[in-house]
Write a protein that binds this ligand. Sequence first.
Ligand code: SAM
Ligand code: DTB
Ligand code: SF4
Length: 339
Amino acid sequence: MTEVRNNWTQDEIAEIYHSPLLDLVYRAATIHRENKDYSEVQISSLISIKTGGCTEDCAYCPQAARYNTGVGVHAIMPKHEVVAAAERAKAGGASRLCMGAAWREVRDNRDFDKVLDMVKAVNELDMEVCCTLGMLTESQAQRLADAGLYAYNHNLDTSEDDYKRIITTRTYDDRLRTLEHVRKAKITVCSGGIIGLGETVEDRISMLKTLSNLPKHPESVPINALVPVKGTPLADQPRVAIWDMVRMIATARIIMPRTVVRLSAGRTEMSTLEQAFCFMAGANSIFAGDKLLTTPNPAFADDMAMFELLGLTPRKAFKNGRPNEAKEVREMSINEVIG
Ligand code: SAM
Ligand code: DTB
Ligand code: SF4
């Protein structure tokens, strides 16, 4: 098993990122095979439980109220609809359901009580439940953990230096604080970013440095390619080159060897061959289902055909144990010793 390090430097990561592409992919693939069952790919299904009308100014986001993107504002989805969507996703092979809300932060109100109920209900379906609801306090994270939340998604998006160019309504430290609250509540951490925002390569490397130098690596790191949406300030950004996606995924795989690296937004623009290269480079998770939160995603049947063609199998839920189970606790302590 590859050593888990939490002290990667910018120069070390840059050297990996800039290595000749085939060497980079070969190294990442080798590490992937040493640490993971590389033919297993996690299928996570996304559902937008509260869409649009967000107060934040994230320059990429179609759900920010201040941009004219055509995304309407909806009330929170009823629990029965969420459960029905979860059941459909499970029947299709998804082991995780991620519920997203267009909120700056969670408030202790009736909507949060509804989310807690949804978490309990999806947990009872024996799926890994994930939420992405914006900033959390320590006690909100604990309430989500008590309801059975398995993972919390909270992306860093870009580097600390670049953050102000993309979002002015909160800080990088706000983001890191929420990740601390999630860790403290013993919920697994899902945190990654977006490429194609107009960031420099140094920004990408710096974001990977922040993620890999957290006291414990995130269990999942989503790598999103920007989906440019009309009406947002980043609507005219050029499409991300596939090689940039491959370099990000491979570098993440090498520096965070036990982490699930998710090939996230942007797959509708990628061919099967391009996605195969990303799996080769160490990606072992996707968001599946016809929609991400508000933008399209490949059709489920096409993804299943791709799995068949590439010999990939969907990963089962709770492979690393449930939170607070002996196996998980044991793995955490080994990681902590190594880290
Ligand atoms: N409001 C919460 C938050 O910001 O944490 C949760 C939902 S938010 C839509 C979740 C993540 O989606 C963002 O952090 C960002 O990384 C990603 N995202 C949003 N719009 C995107 C886009 N147009 N292209 C790629 N990723 C996007
Ligand atoms: C993540 O890293 N990507 C997902 C999920 N976490 C919440 C969201 C992608 C959103 C793409 C734009 C949209 O569909 O609105
Ligand atoms: Fe709101 Fe999240 Fe979109 Fe930012 S990314 S505008 S916080 S929904």
